[in-house]
Design a protein around this ligand. Structure first.
Ligand code: DX5
Ligand code: ZN
Length: 229
């Protein structure tokens, strides 16, 4: 049986993860299969609850469908929800490989440790996300705990927003503090125009929704190559 893909031991870096939030939901598996053929290392699933952020998107059933349609493709699930612990088991059962939650939803050191342990116990890697207005000090005490730090470069809720430059400062503060088996992901407003600066700030995993799925199919492999650099 092939080994499940893991962010801890990537075949190459940086990783590029198209966010399916901008995919064609009427042809989702086909759009995602094409993304993998274009060189995507993972698919990024933006889960929103209408409470932590003002939008509703997708849940475990959609994740399970993609897992069936594209077995072996790393599913990077980003929980923008107020109660992420509720969804560890459902997403693990749905075939997710990676589960990111927000420091703004789980602010205490012990809460972060406990949730990361629960995610690991269900066989997934764990990510901790920080929103643009949240100070770096909020994640500093727990930097070593998750397998990935996700620095948001938009206020979460929607794809297609403009990149927030100050997120690069947070990225620089995080980079250099991580072990080699920890990933540093950035998400929001990333495109071929700013990807080099994102990578130079220390990011080794880039998410893009509109800059990838918003382009015609024949351009998408080129977008991934530009994001990877
Ligand atoms: C934002 C989501 C992002 C979003 C990125 O709330 O977490 O993953 O889909 O979209 P773009 O790349 O279009 O900014
Ligand atoms: Zn996201």
């Amino acid at each position: 049986m092939p080994t499940a893909p893991s962010l801890r031991t990537p075949a190459r870096l940086p990783l590029v993860a198209p966010s399916i939030l901008s995919a064609d939901f009427g042809a989702l598996a086909d759009d995602c299969r094409h993304a993998v053929e274009c060189g995507a290392d993972a698919l990024h699933l933006d889960v929103m609850d209408g409470h932590f952020v003002p939008n509703l998107t997708m849940g475990p059933a959609l994740c399970a469908g993609l897992s069936r349609a594209l077995p072996g493709v790393l599913l990077d699930v980003h929980l923008m929800v107020s109660h992420p612990a509720m969804f560890v088991e459902p997403f693990a059962a749905a075939g997710a490989h990676h589960f990111t939650f927000h420091i703004e939803a789980v602010p205490g050191v012990q809460g972060v440790r406990d949730l990361v342990a629960a995610i690991h116990a269900r066989g997934m890697t764990a990510g901790l996300a920080i929103n643009p207005p949240t100070p770096f000090a909020a994640i500093e005490p727990v930097l070593s705990v998750p397998d990935m730090i996700l620095v948001m470069s938009v206020n979460p809720g929607f794809s297609g927003q403009s990149f927030i430059e100050s997120a690069l400062e947070t990225t620089r503060a995080v980079a250099g503090r991580l072990r080699s088996d920890q990933r540093l992901e950035m998400d929001g407003g990333i495109s071929p125009a700013n990807a080099a600066r994102v990578r130079e700030a220390g990011c080794d995993m880039l998410v893009a929704a509109s800059a990838f799925f918003g382009r015609p199919r024949q351009e998408r492999a080129g977008v991934i190559a530009s994001l990877r650099g």
